[in-house]
Design a protein around this ligand. Sequence first.
Ligand SMILES: C[S@@+](CC[C@H](N)C(=O)[O-])C[C@H]1O[C@@H](n2cnc3c(N)ncnc32)[C@H](O)[C@@H]1O
Length: 284
Amino acid sequence: MTDSRDTASISFTGLYTGEVWYRNGLSPRFLSTRSGAGLYHAMTPFESASRWLGGNNLRVVLVQRHLLMDHLLEQLIREAGVSQVLEIASGMSPRGYRFRKRFPQVTYVETDIPGMAQRKRRELEAAGCLGDRHRVLPLDVFHSDGERALETVVSNNFREGEPLVIITEGLTSYFTLADMEPFWQRLAALGDRFPGSRYLMETYYLPESGVFSATVQRLALLLGRLSDSTVSFHFRNDEEIRSCFGRLGFSGTRVHDPADYYELLPVPRSRRQTLVRIVEGAIG
Ligand SMILES: C[S@@+](CC[C@H](N)C(=O)[O-])C[C@H]1O[C@@H](n2cnc3c(N)ncnc32)[C@H](O)[C@@H]1O
């Protein structure tokens, strides 16, 4: 993949997830969009059929991942005293808005590719939410220098020597493992300047076999076609994640299964195996 690759075709998916957050009471109305609402209505018959037939659907998986990431971020703020957050590919996600309200001491920098970042900035600005501690900036994970590069955004916006939480939600599966590895390696390298940092992302396990597995694969193929990307399943189990992240320079990796949080968090339950895992990589 080259620095010049245009991945804007993926951005519409952020309007759909934005609507899912809104419909689940996780987002203010101003982050819901007309296109997102249209996609939400169009998807409803498939989502309902899939939940009824398979016990799981995209909306369940999305809410599981979002609430679990919120929980882990909250723990890092409350228990490890982290006060700097960089959210990459934040789309229309309300997390920055919600966390800034609850934790005003936190500096929260949201980023996305330019068009989406501009759209988000406009909405948050109109709602009077932006300021010195809450910014929206352009960042492209495939730019390794210039103003959209991870390294530039980090240098210009965060205090060195203090830990940082970096989040990507709903991004990495649109690319192959080979595409993502150089980016993860660059993240891990930030540990020298920001010791004690953490990276939160999600990944999906393909069910081993059967109708459920075939359905998930077909959905992934369809999503790839619609977003002009290579929707990929990168790992088959926790050990593969730990081994990959260790090789790329992370100092430790924990893998969280939403099923382990059913008693603790108001996450919707899957009737079958859970597909999503939240990965918490230690940096530095
Ligand atoms: C499925 S959406 C997820 C949005 C948000 N994180 C959420 O969960 O609601 C994927 C996001 O990735 C962004 N994106 C696409 N290509 C990107 C890139 N090269 N670098 C950073 N973000 C990118 C899109 O604009 C979109 O907002």
